[in-house]
Write a protein that binds this ligand. Structure first.
Ligand code: NAI
Length: 461
């Protein structure tokens, strides 16, 4: 039986980061993974979707090049080649992670593992069973798409984000069930590639947890582009007839049938506890997720859990941060996981990003706050880019301390980081307003919005 100080079940952005950090800290580590390293994020989620979104954005921009004085002539695209490019990027990144493991001398046991008791993992590999004895066990088994329990959810052509990017052809019409992060990223990209997209959401608005303004503005942008959006609408059934799918929905207007070639289920994800034997181990669960403390310890000594299985924010960067905390705690460091400043980013067009409190959260909590909004239409670089839609919104307390922010607009996913630092460190908006920002750049919109908290932005009439 092989023995290690740390054994990790699952090689996604939680597990593999935890393994690398533990090895850096001098611990002997083993990682068990049944699939390729990188987990959902690298193989089926963050990276492949962003690769396709880049292709879609390129195509969208190509339609607008005349505005930039360019005559491109006849142009077309090859969806299968876009998918090939996505596969190459994923492949290269997986090879990169494998190389990191080789350099750090971390063995990866390839197979599906089962925790038989605290400190013991059995792995079924192609060459037989491997039995591991580990001092500390880290559960990093992630999550899987949640398939809504409606008739027809398992029909051919009804797929989740796990498989839709394996398709080699584009559908003519696509129904997306769920107007959350996954649904809207796919809606934005597929519409750009000419697909007729319909989004069906059961709640009154898209992106229900975002700052109120975001779903309102985004809904209007997406509708203008020709995406049909049904909110407060329940899916009753999915049927198949003559090679087409029919999604039967019900809302205040009654029952309607929506025809499409494919249906994407984007109705959230559920924790994956396969091989964990949570009950037998006595792991405390809440709503199907493993309960952890701020050092990522579960209710069972020497068993840690990180990533989507903990049911916190199901985000790759949160999983990685939790993985670092678990590794460092095992190595004897005094560490604590903080969720104070977790960025969330949505790669629609325009991009959306947020951190900290939303306006409605502050209202509900009775916190007195100031709000400032600076539009990209008043930012020189945004004009140069031809991307003037959206704003930088900052929320601060009465003293000016930044409490939250939401950005909709060009490169929002990168811009948010300045505000993440602001929320994490409890910075006053004055710090951002008085920090020199290079000109002409998009971050100047953040500086201007921060000026708005102090009084008034300079470049706004
Ligand atoms: P989500 O929770 O963001 O959205 C699911 C949506 O489906 C909700 O709006 C919900 O009301 C709706 N819904 C549920 N059942 C429904 C039904 N029967 N009919 C109509 N609508 C229904 O979950 P999503 O989009 O599947 O994403 C899963 C996780 O992955 C999230 O935690 C998300 O944050 C994460 N993710 C993050 C990304 C990023 O950081 N850019 C990209 C993709 C996913």
């Amino acid at each position: 039986m092989e023995q290690y100080q740390v054994g990790i079940l699952g090689g996604g952005p939680g597990g593999y980061v935890c393994a690398l950090r533990a090895a850096q800290l001098g611990l002997s580590v083993v990682l068990v993974e049944g699939d390729r390293l990188g987990g959902t994020c690298l193989n089926r989620g963050c990276i492949p979707t962003k690769a396709l979104i880049k292709s879609a954005d390129f195509w969208r921009e190509l339609q607008q090049v005349e505005e930039f004085g360019i005559r491109a002539g006849e142009s077309s695209f090859d969806f299968a080649k876009m998918i090939e490019r996505k596969d190459r990027i994923v492949h290269n990144l997986v090879l990169g992670v494998e190389q990191l493991f080789r350099t750090a001398k971390i063995p990866v046991i390839k197979g599906w593992g089962e925790i038989t008791e605290a400190g013991r993992i059995n792995v079924e590999t192609e060459t037989g069973q491997v039995r591991l004895k580990v001092e500390n066990l880290v559960v990093a088994t992630g999550s899987t798409p949640f398939r809504i329990p409606v008739p027809g959810a398992n029909l051919d052509g009804v797929m989740t984000s796990d498989h839709i990017l394996d398709e080699k052809t584009l559908p003519e019409k696509l129904v997306i069930i769920g107007g959350g992060v996954i649904g809207l990223e796919f809606a934005s990209a597929f519409q750009a590639l000419g697909v007729k997209v319909t989004v069906v959401e059961m709640l009154p608005s898209l992106l229900a947890n975002s700052d109120d303004e975001i779903p309102r503005r985004l809904t209007s942008v997406l509708k203008k582009r020709g995406i049909d959006i049904f909110t407060k609408t329940m899916v009753k059934e999915i049927k198949s007839a003559e090679n087409r799918l029919i999604t039967v929905v019900e809302n205040a207007k009654g029952i309607q049938e929506i025809f499409s070639d494919r249906v994407l289920l984007a109705t959230g994800r559920k924790t994956n506890l396969c091989g964990v034997n949570a009950q037998r181990l006595g792991l405390q669960l809440e709503g199907g997720s493993i309960v952890v403390d701020s050092q990522m310890r579960t209710s069972v000594p020497n068993i840690y859990a990180i990533g989507d299985v903990t049911g916190k924010a199901m985000l790759a960067h949160v999983a990685s941060a939790q993985g670092m905390v678990a590794a460092e705690h095992i190595a004897g460091h005094q560490v604590e996981m903080s969720y104070r400043a977790v960025p969330s980013v949505i790669f629609t067009h325009p991009e959306i990003a947020a951190v900290g409190a939303t306006e409605q959260e502050l209202r509900t909590a009775g916190v007195k706050y100031k709000v400032s909004k600076f539009p990209f239409s008043a930012n020189g670089k945004a004009l140069v880019l031809g991307e003037t839609m959206g704003t930088v919104k900052i929320l601060a307390n009465e003293e000016g301390v930044i409490l939250g922010s939401s950005i909709m607009g060009p490169q929002a996913s990168s811009l948010i980081q300045e505000l993440v630092l602001g929320v994490e460190k409890g910075l006053n908006a004055e710090v951002l307003a008085k920090t020199i920002h290079a000109h002409p750049t998009l971050p100047e919109a953040i500086m201007e919005s921060a000026h708005g908290i102090l009084g008034k932005p300079l470049h706004l009439a």
